[in-house]
Design a binder for this molecule. Structure first.
Ligand code: ADP
Ligand code: MG
Length: 639
């Protein structure tokens, strides 16, 4: 059979071009990537062999071997892992298969200096071999098959694959080193790199050397183990350096950043497990993928089982990376059987509790650091407030941080309650698309004037949990300021001198009659376009606003649902008037004096449309709005 020549996928070519020409200072990481792949391959086979022991029966001592040939200038990394079929070779080493490399390609800017920096940020996996190699060969044989395949490429756009002899399963990767990479022919250099990046790999990484006995002149192959070769999470904390943890995080989590928090503990007693978990410092790019999968690997007694154990980590902690290694599950458990396993459920509960309690500690000890975390993952954590389980709700509400109308930084609910005004019994919030929009809402005016704090809920998930948080927090229910029931009258405000004068004024009965007349007239004109018309004290600068009735959907959530075609028609709202606004006052007077009858219908519609515009919505009938508006201007100019 002749070798089949194929072109790399266009994105791979682009990536290889950058990698091959990169003046990247830490190119030694190629070795970490190849060892990491070899370890993954061993993990995969060890798992498959649980149900089909024949797959590894001939050689169950998993191992990664490194050797050099100084004359040929080659460095070889081989493993006795799962290997690859011909199709897998094409899929894995000809296209962008891994998440890291696809993130790399997506972030390319075309500016070569910046792009080289991305190698460090995202890692380019297997392709990083081309940083140090002018040619790479891969000889591989899938466990359980008889045929091997040989893949070769100089990284310049094409590669070939052909059938080849391979006596044993696994993969051998041979790098033909570039002239400027001959440092990687030295054992001491390799040893340093392995110690630095790969010490935590739970399989022996051995260096092969052929030594000649000085007396007998016999040649013998020696194997020196370069790493500790024990699972990092089973070692005691005191033996593990921060760098060890970091490297493990990058390998196990396929991560590019440094961990923000590292949690390492061993649970003993009713359930036994080791847990080594990390909170990343950056958002993984698949954080908001619809599957909402977590990335914690499940091991049983040091054997990798799956990284897709659904019940292990709740989806609202899916940013966690790392390992849970359980002592009490049977090794031969199938992935399907894990789904509803009560033991997995118990571990999940325990892990969740522990993570939340560590986050709470961090929130207390390191306010600023915690707020950075909240900015990165708060929106995900809040998903835990919504849905069936209410067990962690209180802790999560304690952990939650918000922006608010009276404070500069982030506030907690406990802070908020501590600042509540006399007579205030609810936690006020306003929900919307972003902070700028909610800040501009007319419904906030009265609250700001009275100095009553309002929380800004601007994550899409907020609407959902807040609607279902019936118990509120610390006995205080949540209340939207865009709802009819959010009442300011009972709350003692920070009254200014001007306000104080006002309250002493005798009640102006005439003004009250005028407003009542105005309300009656507006109701008549607008009919079922509004649910009600009334005065409010939630406004100070704007003449009007719209609010939702207690029993209706809050307005922002209705807007969201309409955007997703979940509801088609906006339900009628309550139109509220600011009785202190000069426009409202004058209109009232006009009606009371029996004037302006020809004008009142237009005025009513213009008030409603103003309120709609303040909500960020178009007037209900733009053509009619423009006509009315022009007419009013014409009259004003004539007067
Ligand atoms: P990642 O490891 O993040 O998936 P890589 O670019 O490092 O991305 O590797 C791509 C894929 O190639 C791996 O997912 C794996 O399927 C395959 N692969 C690489 N090296 C080996 C190996 N030594 N044995 C078996 N498969 C391998
Ligand atoms: Mg890899």
């Amino acid at each position: 059979m002749t070798a089949e020549k194929r072109s790399f996928q266009a994105e791979v070519s682009k990536l290889l071009h950058i990698v091959a020409n990169a003046l990247y200072s830490e190119r030694e990481v190629f070795l970490r990537e190849l060892i990491s792949n070899a370890a993954d391959a061993c993990d995969k086979l060890r798992f498959l062999a649980l149900s089909d022991p024949a797959l590894s029966a001939d050689d169950s001592a998993f191992k990664i071997k490194i050797s050099v040939d100084a004359e040929a200038k080659t460095l070889t990394i081989s493993d006795n892992g799962v290997g690859m079929t011909e199709d897998e070779l094409h899929g894995n080493l000809g296209t962008i298969a891994s998440s890291g490399t696809s993130a790399f390609v997506e972030n390319l800017s075309g500016d070569s200096k910046k792009d080289v920096g991305l190698i460090g940020q995202f890692g380019v996996g297997f392709y990083s071999a081309f940083m140090v190699s002018e040619k790479v060969e891969v000889l591989t044989r899938k466990a359980g098959t008889e045929t091997g395949y040989h893949w070769v490429s100089d990284g310049l756009g094409e590669y070939t694959v052909e059938e080849a002899e391979k006596a044993t399963r696994g993969t051998v990767i041979t790098l033909h080193l570039k002239d400027d990479a001959s440092e990687f022919l030295e054992r001491s250099r390799i040893q340093t790199v392995v110690r630095t990046y790969s010490d935590h790999i739970p399989f022996p990484i051995v260096f092969l050397e052929t030594k000649t006995d000085p007396e007998t002149k016999d040649e013998a192959e020696t194997e020196d183990t370069l790493n500790q070769a024990s699972a990092l999470w089973t070692r005691s904390k005191s033996e593990i350096s921060e760098d060890d943890y970091k490297e493990f995080y990058k390998h196990a989590g396929h991560a590019f950043d440094d961990p923000w928090m590292t949690l390492h503990w061993k649970a003993e007693g009713r359930i036994e497990y080791h847990s080594l978990l990390f909170v990343p410092s950056q958002r993984p790019f698949d954080l908001f993928n619809p599957e909402r999968r977590h990335h914690v690997k499940l091991y049983v007694k040091r054997v990798f089982i799956t990284d897709e154990c659904e019940g292990l980590i709740p989806s609202w902690l899916r940013f966690l990376k790392g390992v849970v290694d359980c002592e009490d599950l049977p090794l031969n458990i199938s992935r399907e059987m894990l789904q509803n396993n009560p033991l997995v459920g118990s571990i999940s509960q325990a892990v969740t509790k522990r993570v939340l309690s560590e986050l709470s500690k961090k929130a207390e000890k390191d306010k600023e650091g915690y707020e950075t975390f909240w900015g990165t993952f708060g929106a995900v954590l809040k998903e835990g407030l919504y849905g069936g389980e209410t067990e962690h709700r209180e802790t999560l509400l304690k952990l939650a941080r918000f922006r608010s109308s009276t404070q500069d930084g982030l506030v907690s609910l406990a802070d908020y309650i501590g600042r509540m005004k006399e007579g205030q019994t609810t936690i006020f919030y306003i929900a919307g698309e972003n902070e700028a929009t909610v800040k501009a809402s007319p419904q906030l005016e009265g609250f700001i004037k009275k100095g009553v704090e309002v929380l800004y809920l601007v994550d899409p998930i907020d609407e959902f949990w807040v609607q279902s948080a019936y118990d509120g927090f610390d006995g205080k229910p949540f209340k939207s300021v865009t709802r009819g029931g959010a009442d300011l009258s009972a709350i003692a405000g920070e009254t200014t001198d001007a306000d104080a004068d006002k309250t002493d004024e005798p009640k102006d009965e005439g003004a009250e009659d005028a407003i009542s007349a105005l309300i009656a007239s507006i109701k008549l004109s607008l009919g079922d376009k509004v649910k009600d018309v009334r005065t409010t004290d939630r406004l100070s600068d704007s003449p009007v606003c719209l609010v939702a009735d207690e029993t209706d959907l809050d307005m922002n959530i209705e807007r969201m649902l309409r955007a997703h075609n979940q509801v088609t028609e906006a339900s009628p709202r309550i139109l509220e008037l600011n009785p202190d606004h000069v426009l409202v006052k004058n209109l009232g007077k006009l009606i009371k004096d029996g004037q302006g009858a020809d004008f009142m219908e237009d005025a009513a519609y213009l008030l409603l449309d103003q309120a709609r515009i303040l909500e960020g919505e178009p007037p209900s009938d733009t053509k009619a709005f423009t006509r009315r508006f022009s007419e009013v201007m014409v009259k004003a100019l004539a007067a």
